[in-house]
Design a protein around this ligand. Structure first.
Ligand SMILES: [Zn+2]
Length: 492
């Protein structure tokens, strides 16, 4: 009995892309790899089909053998009547050139039960909605992204992401070089602490400076920059999630796909960090969940303290106070209203050390008062709302790819849903930030404040979280007198 009769008859499909020299596999090579795949999974290649995209322009090219493959799969037979029950390709990229191709292929292959599909990495179940759904999204991505090499890298990343493997490329800071799924003991500890400090309001710049002082380098051996640091913090890898094309990868139920590496932090904390970083892009800092400094200040209240001297029109001056630089080297600093040439009135001065101390105590008292009364509303609603919107988007994409809905309807609806999603995500991030902050131990903060463990940017973050501003009202003679009654604290 012919041994081949026991094997499942399949097609081997190959395509030369027009990537030119970037194409690692020629046609012969692709079919040879497919032969190897056939052997591994007890498949029998009954025909080799090949398309050549190299000579033709992209949109018009008719891929004769691709069309033939789809026809054969629909009937289940080659033209000469031999059975066909599956397909082997080098990888997905060989199939999908245009949105719709991949979908037509899956449709044809799964129109009968028991078909097999395999690529270099193994057998794939195209009957499962998961794989199909992700395939469609993948194709939608590739339609948007026109640069082919990038697309190919993404496809590879996507495939890795779907099975939760760590992406390739430069070793991520925080994970071991030999096994990127395991935490690097030193780096992960540093990164974990940085995450908490950033959430507590320490500026990224301040953390980077402390790393520089410690001699901590990037995995490429470079000195850390604020930019590189921000990119690292904004990467969902920190909490075990994957991002592709700017989106968190999610499964059919809109749950994030969890990677197979050990996370540095929790999704709640990462979402909070992400919200802070995204929130800063071109927006007023005043509205941010936790107002933190872009740059390091030398004094506790610069930019927060304002001038309360009345102007002739009876409004107050309200200029941001600066520190009197002529008094550098003196025992204490003095907050002053800048001169008229600098949008101030020049009419206020106050002893900085005493103002700082008073405001610090007031803020610490206020924070503990808040903690006592903190009663967080449970917000399970937002998360399920987000999941619903994610599902909606997924369905829209599928229907659009299947040409059930028009371009016009798709794009306007998608835009609306995406805007709603964005709002929901902001709400969710704020909620998780509040949750993270609700658990702060204020006694510990007070202690760290006075032992000097908190640096100035951390202290300023607490101040800004509690206060909109400190207005310093004029008090008769003497520029630098101090009287707490002349300080007006504007609480948030
Ligand atoms: Zn003034």
């Amino acid at each position: 009995m012919n041994e081949e009769q026991d094997l499942i008859p399949v097609l081997s499909y190959a395509r030369i892309s027009d990537d030119g020299e970037g194409d690692r596999h020629g046609v012969t090579d692709q079919h040879r790899v497919n032969q190897g795949t056939a052997k591994r999974f007890r498949l029998n290649i009954v025909a080799e089909l090949t398309d050549n995209d190299r000579s033709a322009s992209k949109a018009e090219v008719v891929r004769e053998d691709f069309e033939r493959m789809v026809r054969v799969l629909r009937t289940g037979k080659l033209e000469d009547g031999r059975l066909v029950q599956g397909v082997i390709v080098l990888n997905d990229d060989r199939l999908a050139r245009r949105a719709g191709d991949y979908e037509r292929f899956v449709e044809a292959l799964t129109c009968k039960e028991g078909r097999v599909y395999a690529d270099e990495r193994g057998l794939k179940d195209l009957y499962s909605e998961d794989v199909e759904g992700l395939g469609l999204v993948g194709v939608a991505f590739s339609k948007i992204e026109s640069r082919k090499t990038r697309r190919r890298i993404r496809r590879w990343h996507l495939a890795r992401a779907i099975d939760g493997k760590s992406p390739g490329g430069t070793r991520p800071f925080g994970w071991r070089a030999d096994d990127r799924t395991k935490l690097h003991p030193v780096e992960s500890a540093l990164l974990g602490r940085a995450v908490d400090e950033f959430l507590a309001g320490r500026s990224g710049h301040s953390i980077v400076v402390s790393w520089q002082k410690l001699g901590i380098l990037t995995t490429l051996g470079n000195v850390w920059s604020a930019q590189a640091f921000k990119l690292m913090l904004n990467n969902p890898r920190l909490c075990g999630w994957r991002r592709l094309g700017g989106q968190i990868l999610r499964d059919e139920d809109a749950n994030p796909i969890i990677g197979n590496w050990e996370p540095i932090t929790t999704p709640e904390k990462w979402l909070a960090i992400h919200a802070i970083i995204e929130g800063r892009k071109g927006k007023d800092r005043f509205d941010q969940p936790l107002a933190t400094d872009y740059r390091d200040h030398k004094y506790l209240l610069t930019g927060i303290a304002r001038c309360g001297k009345p102007r002739p029109d009876s409004l107050i001056c309200n200029a941001r106070l600066t520190v009197d630089q002529s008094r550098r080297g003196a025992r204490h600093h003095v907050y002053v209203c800048p001169p008229k040439t600098n949008n101030g009135c020049g009419g206020i001065g106050r002893r900085g050390d005493l103002v700082d101390q008073f405001v610090t105590e007031a803020v610490l008292a206020k924070l503990s008062e808040r903690e006592m009364t903190a009663d967080e509303p449970a917000d399970l609603g937002t998360t399920s709302e987000i999941a619903n919107h994610e599902k909606m988007l997924m369905t829209l994409r599928q229907q659009w790819t299947a040409r059930v809905i028009s371009d016009g309807f798709f794009f306007t609806t998608v835009q609306q849903v995406e805007l709603q999603l964005k709002d929901l995500r902001n709400i969710e991030a704020r909620q998780s930030l509040q949750k993270a902050r609700g658990h702060l131990d204020l006694a510990a903060i007070r202690e760290r404040w006075y032992t000097g463990e908190l640096d100035l940017s951390q202290k300023r973050a607490y101040i800004r979280e509690a206060l909109h501003a400190v207005i310093i009202h004029p008090g008769g003679r003497g520029r630098a007198i101090f009287n707490p009654d002349l300080l007006e604290l504007v609480w948030r």
